[in-house]
Design a protein around this ligand. Sequence first.
Ligand SMILES: *Cc1c(COP(=O)(O)O)cnc(C)c1O
Length: 394
Amino acid sequence: MKGIADARITRVPRQDFLIFGQPLIGEDEIAEVVETLRSGWIGTGPRAKRFEQMMLDYTGGKNAVALNSCTAALFLSLVALGIGEGDEVITTPMTFAATANSIVHTRARPVFVDVIRETMLIDPSLIEKSITPRTRAIMPVHLAGRPCAMDEIMRIAGKHGLFVIGDAAHAIEAQQHGQCVGALGDAGCFSFYATKNVTTAEGGMVITHDPKLAEKIRIMSLHGMSADAHLRFGSSGYRHYDVLLPGYKFNMTDLQAALGIHQLGRVERAWARRNEIWNYYRSNLAHLPLILPAEDEPGTRHARHLYTIIVDQKQCGKSRDQVLQALKEENIGAGVHYTALHLHSWYRTKFGFRAGDFPNAEWIGERTLSLPLSAKLSDTDVEDTIAALYRILF
Ligand SMILES: *Cc1c(COP(=O)(O)O)cnc(C)c1O
């Protein structure tokens, strides 16, 4: 052990900066984008359709609507389910701002429920206490790619007549009992942002078993028009459209879908590489004074989106921010996912949240740090990261 630690500590520090969350873009994506540009159809069309079908095949979902972000997917799911002013939606404070922002955009109220410290996921045993006559939906977040306790969440939702809208931005590959967790519930929302497991640079998708809900979301995503551009200008001749409601502009372009088609084609290979890196971190960081991610829950598959370590000053003598800074000096880019959302300025001011409201989310928010985890990382990148942590913490 001493020998390995010494070798790590004396390893030559990295010379170039390791960018956190780099996407792995292959030649297939590049060729498809070029072909799309040459095809004369760069807007929403055949490639977006194909990407939707591929997502249905991959997730086992019934209906898919490709959009320009997961934020749009969350927002449109809520609106299409009739959620708005005077309603409450239960979610977690241990998430990206987009989750709760999408609730706020509908004029409904986000109601936070604290997380379990070990898994960092919404604690189902606290959900029921937060249900009021105004509660309409639960929005679980499969944080870092770890599946939420969906059996329990679906049971509570069923008992109280609530919708379930899943934030699966991190969790395209996550499963429970062999099913894609993102596709469970009334609507599942996926992100194809640059750092996500499958990327279209910017992009998102809703998956739902309800064809009427999907149709409504599709119409709302494109100005509220009755027929999309592909039908209007396609080979079947011009078709008049009717504006059914004042919709939004949230559609995904074929240029984005061109990336998605090939990214999704490689999703399992990319997962396998991140899983390999995950396991390597787990066995090689075990001797450092850190808390590593919890083991996978039985019967689940973790999507391996983020490798989050807990840096507790009492245990290792350094604060999370000191370790972040030290990693930067070692040329290792790291992330923070997340500082507790209820303590951000707008949420504090608008809803009167204070420190102490959600102790587990706050505890994590002060200590969590995400190490590089991308299929693009080389073995050297991973060794550099581990060596840097040894120098900082051993
Ligand atoms: C990235 C992310 C989103 C938003 O996704 P966009 O596609 O960027 O809109 C929502 N929720 C979580 C947990 C995320 O990480």
